[in-house]
Design a protein around this ligand. Structure first.
Ligand SMILES: C[S@@+](CC[C@H](N)C(=O)[O-])C[C@H]1O[C@@H](n2cnc3c(N)ncnc32)[C@H](O)[C@@H]1O
Length: 188
């Protein structure tokens, strides 16, 4: 299983946002929706061996985490609005500290980065890290930020984790995920 955790620093934690304003009123949720698509979509197929965690830190109830399981997911289509709509449904159900399924393969709970770090071993995707091509075996689990830098509090939590670069240029989060999955595909 491969896991990608993307931190959405302004992404909403309630389902009241408008699906036609994902980049604006929804706190750059478009970045997270594209990251979901990068985790799962192949041409006419889905990556069933990937899980995607979206850590949402916007108002009104941060932090919340949405988990999407490639093995179980249904109703996800390769456009941002489709992922946005399933995230909206997840944010509209009551949630506690354990994952509750909102639609097939989409789960939501309270909590964020700290909880996930206690559950899995992650590497941090960072353009200044060690080149992925110099690392063997590849890590299974990766953390990325959205369009913003990691906060000081996040930096403290991840300071001892391995930092891995997907290449010499700063990429968008969704493109970084594709690059890492491509490297993994080649090795498999
Ligand atoms: C758009 S970048 C973040 C923008 C950046 N912090 C800034 O404001 O200049 C989104 C995320 O993609 C990942 N990323 C981008 N380029 C990368 C690279 N070459 N290698 C590894 N990770 C990369 C990092 O996790 C980064 O936080």
């Amino acid at each position: 299983m491969k896991r990608f955790l993307v931190i959405g620093h302004k992404a909403p934690t309630a389902g009241e946002f408008a699906l036609n304003d994902l980049p604006g009123g929804a706190g750059r949720l478009d970045v997270l929706c594209r990251s979901v698509n990068s985790c799962f979509f192949l041409s006419h197929d889905l990556r069933r061996d990937v899980e995607c965690f979206l850590v949402l830190l916007g108002e009104p109830n941060p932090p919340k985490t949405i988990m999407i399981s490639g093995e179980d997911v249904r109703h996800l289509n390769p456009d941002e609005r489709s992922a946005g709509s399933l995230i909206k449904k997840a944010l509209n159900i009551p949630c506690g500290n354990k994952f509750t399924e909102s639609t097939k393969g989409f789960y939501v709970r309270n909590g964020g980065l700290k909880e996930l770090l206690e559950e899995y071993e992650f590497a941090v995707l960072d353009e200044n890290g060690t080149d992925i091509r110099d690392i063997s075996p590849m890590p299974d689990n990766y953390i990325l930020s959205d369009h913003m830098n990691f906060t000081e509090e996040e930096e403290l939590l991840i300071k001892d984790l391995p930092k891995i670069s997907a290449g010499p240029k700063v990429l968008h989060a969704d493109h970084t995920i594709i690059t890492i999955l491509n490297e993994s595909d080649r090795r498999e």
